[in-house]
Write a protein that binds this ligand. Sequence first.
Ligand code: NCD
Length: 310
Amino acid sequence: MSQLDKDIISMRDLSKDQVTGILERARYMDERLKARDPPRSLAGRMIASLFFEPSTRTRLSFETAAKCMGGMVTGFSSPKGTSVEKGETLSDTVRTVEQYADAIVMRHPFEGAARLASEAVSIPVVNGGDGSNQHPTQTLLDLYTIWKHKGTFDLKVALVGDLKHARTTRSLAYALGMFGADIALVAPKGLEMSTEVVDEVRQQWGTNITHAHDPATSLGDVDAAYVVRIQKERFADPLELKRLQRSYRITKDTLASLKSDAIIMHPLPRVDEVETSVDQSDHAVYFDQAYNGVPVRMAVLEMLINGGDA
Ligand code: NCD
């Protein structure tokens, strides 16, 4: 197994060996959490959680992960009230935070912000989402969820919804390619994944990728359907947003078309693209997926801060 590098900014920065190491360590953390005996390997360590954009799961599961391992947490959940409002640069903010903390977890609306921050400081930086670009630790917990429920990546996985703007599906498409899964892209016209991202995954991993527009008729042969909401904050044109809102929806009828052991995943938050009646079905694993954020982020924080083999 190989050690992690200083930061986790993009799935492209991680090798298959490193990802496998994280998933194995996450399984160990999961067992320790279930036994109510998490390792105290971050005792005395401070994690800075810098969220320049809204978050529920990413921020809380990182903070929970740090605290479960005996670590401490500082930071903010919105730039409101920080010196960003006085005009401070991102680089100066993170160089300041570096004086207080052993690692930074950050989310920012601008693509490339986490990379810029990582270059400004010598402590580890974890990208908790940068604009429409990447969300690598979400992908790690998504992979962990698939592995936990299906036991293999020799699968066909559908990515469903606003694939134009969702960073989670960009990161995940790359990782699914890395692990040899087939990918079905299911997006309404106008919300397709960019050809650049699709071509990169195909060229890098030789992935079998198909395209469809309607989840009602295109999920019959998939092992997992990963649904994302319309990313309304990323639309440049409000009319376009209005036209595409409610353009796809997973309903009880959709469930009837699935393989009996197919799973439905969602990074959450959900708006209206998955009917709440779906939650009761055995197909729905998205709240377990949210739980998996804790053991996976425990593994990530421990490996970045304390080193050791992935
Ligand atoms: C996602 C995100 O922020 O990209 N949320 C998350 O981290 N679970 C998905 C989303 O906002 O749609």
